[in-house]
Design a binder for this molecule. Structure first.
Ligand code: AHM
Ligand code: MG
Length: 337
């Protein structure tokens, strides 16, 4: 990659395409379009009350969650930006029950795009960081008509994954399997500029992220891990731990990518029939690949998330991700239980 400090996302992607076809031109176009949509969502988020985008939309999504206006706006922005370019066969979103095949009036491409258009919805109205998460798969060969089954591929099959965090800065984080890079939105230029080339998550950490209010509902291995952290220097870990919980996975993952840590949203007894709160295909899979590409690890407590074979589009999963040694410890506690 060029040593020029002012590399735009466009230039970065073109250079990736040129260097031994790391990404084909259609995938480059797709990523540019997703980034353009994120820019537009970022503007809407920034306007907040001035743009009339805060508050509830008074509708429910397929998961039975009340949708916020911005959930719906972000979903529409991503669909409208991506449906006409000819690079996609279909899209799937947290906010739509079924897949969204590209309308017949547009050319069909070979990629599938999945997204959580606005992650961390509970933080929208209180001006705390939120984000967009996306995952790109290739449509399996054969079968003229795109189907839901085409999407049911493991996270290891992703060809690109990323997120955009709308925080004090708007930052787009991306992997195509060559490490993880980040671009900051330069509002004056209107473009994403490369600001970090390759992340490396420290293998050890003294910071964990979990919603502690659910403690009484956790499984033993999670209780054991957090309890040992809370005992600090006097406990079996022999060191003090700090805790953070932003309640926006994008923001928690971004912190871990930047300085290490471990994030957990485990299965709990509140809804024992659900594997977890977070969704496998458009939350856990893209985040897990990003974390692994930066040297971290990600499991559902027992198995590597990227190896899980989904059986449903909106499938949920238990998530433990971040600094490698901590994730391995928590996974070992589960396997031994
Ligand atoms: P969302 O996609 O509906 O916003 O829900 C996912 C979010 C994650 O970003 C975050 O880690 C988690 O839900 C927070 O949940 P809780 O409010 O239970 O702590
Ligand atoms: Mg989400």
């Amino acid at each position: 990659m060029s040593s020029n400090p002012n590399i735009s996302l466009t230039r970065y992607l073109i250079e990736l395409q040129r260097s031994n076809q790391i990404i084909p031109s259609e995938l480059r176009l797709l990523l540019e379009v997703v980034a353009r949509a994120c820019k537009s969502i970022s503007h809407a988020v920034n306007k907040g009350a001035l743009g009339g985008v805060l508050g509830s939309a008074e509708s429910e999504n397929v998961q039975g969650e009340i949708q916020k206006k911005l959930d719906i706006i972000a979903n529409e922005v991503l669909i409208e930006a991506n449906e006409w370019g000819g690079h996609l066969a279909a899209m799937a979103s947290e906010e739509m029950d079924d897949i969204y095949p590209v309308p017949n009036r547009y050319p069909q491409g070979e990629y599938l795009l999945l997204f959580d258009p606005l992650d961390g919805s509970s933080n929208i109205d209180v001006n705390v960081s939120i984000g967009t998460i996306f995952s790109v798969l290739k449509k399996p060969e054969g079968g003229a008509v795109v189907s839901k089954e085409d999407f049911l591929q493991s996270g290891a099959q992703q060809v690109a994954a990323g997120y955009c965090v709308y925080g004090p800065q708007t930052t787009l984080v991306l992997t195509v399997g060559q490490g993880v890079v980040a671009f900051t939105l330069d509002r004056e230029q209107g473009s994403f500029v490369l600001t970090q080339n390759q992340f490396k998550i420290p293998e050890d950490t003294q910071e964990f992220a979990i919603n502690m209010s659910n403690m009484r509902h956790w499984d033993e291995p999670v209780k054991r891990y957090v309890d040992e952290c809370l005992q600090g220097v006097e406990g079996p870990r022999g060191k003090n731990f700090n805790m953070r919980w932003i309640a926006s996975m994008v923001a928690d993952v971004h912190r871990i990518l930047t300085r290490g840590g471990v994030f957990m949203y485990p299965w709990d007894k509140r809804e024992p029939n659900k594997a977890g709160k977070l969704r496998l295909m458009y939350e856990a899979n893209p985040m897990s690949w990003i974390i692994e590409q930066a040297g971290g690890a990600s499991t559902n407590g027992r198995e590597r998330i990227l190896d899980l074979q989904p059986s449903q589009l909106h499938e949920r999963v238990s998530v433990v991700l971040g600094s490698k040694n901590e994730v391995e410890r928590i996974t070992a506690y589960h396997r031994g239980a």
